[in-house]
Design a protein around this ligand. Structure first.
Ligand SMILES: CC(C)(COP(=O)(O)OP(=O)(O)OC[C@H]1O[C@@H](n2cnc3c(N)ncnc32)[C@H](O)[C@@H]1OP(=O)(O)O)[C@@H](O)C(=O)NCCC(=O)NCCS
Length: 163
């Protein structure tokens, strides 16, 4: 039987810049997830550098004790940007992304965020469907914004959610 995310025990763990073990787990998940869609993965030092900013927050999404997802948020006053978000390939399409994004938006609500922005590759249908299902609205296109690992240029779509 295929299990869905709805009937399992999930939590978010905040990753701080001095938690090297969590940063390594984050980097491994990011690598597995983005390599699978031909996008640049981040190293532990990329993630560590991002976390030095006071505006940046990173979370691991755990299924029980098992970290299976990750995100990085930038929060400035009442605006936030989802810089990256992902669920490890073997756990995708089971409702985890939806649960994770809802929990992330609940965190942003606690920070009194009113607007959430993100961009997504125009051919990333799974992510686009996820954002639309949670009421993100398309606001524009950035021409040839992404470059795949095999150097193809692909447009980005920009989305915004009013909280
Ligand atoms: C995008 C991502 C986070 C979604 O997580 P997920 O766990 O796969 O998503 P869910 O199972 O919650 O599904 C969310 C919606 O995506 C769509 N979806 C799920 N699987 C899909 C598939 N195989 N094909 C097309 N759409 C799909 C559905 O509309 C689904 O909503 P529904 O279940 O209410 O119909 C995940 O697929 C991922 O990490 N992808 C690679 C990294 C990435 O693209 N990150 C975002 C960059 S902007």
């Amino acid at each position: 039987m295929t299990s869905t995310a709805k009937n399992q025990n999930h939590s978010l763990i905040e990753v701080s810049h001095d938690n090297i073990q969590a940063i390594e787990i984050f980097a491994q998940l990011h690598c597995d997830t983005f390599r699978a869609i031909q996008q640049q993965e981040w190293s532990t030092s990329d993630i560590h550098s991002l976390l030095l900013s006071r505006h940046t927050h990173a979370y691991l999404y755990c299924d029980g004790d098992n970290p299976i997802g990750f995100c990085v948020l930038s929060i400035v006053d009442t605006e936030a940007e989802i810089i990256t978000i992902g669920i490890a390939p073997t756990y995708q399409s089971k409702g985890h992304g939806t649960n994770f994004l809802k929990s992330t938006l609940a965190k942003l609500h606690l920070f009194k965020v009113k607007e959430v922005f993100l961009e997504v590759r125009q051919d990333n249908m799974k992510a686009i469907e996820l954002y639309k299902s949670l009421n993100f609205k398309k606001t524009g296109i950035r021409s040839k914004y992404y470059q795949t690992l095999d150097r193809k240029k692909i447009d980005a779509l920009t989305f915004k959610l009013e909280m």
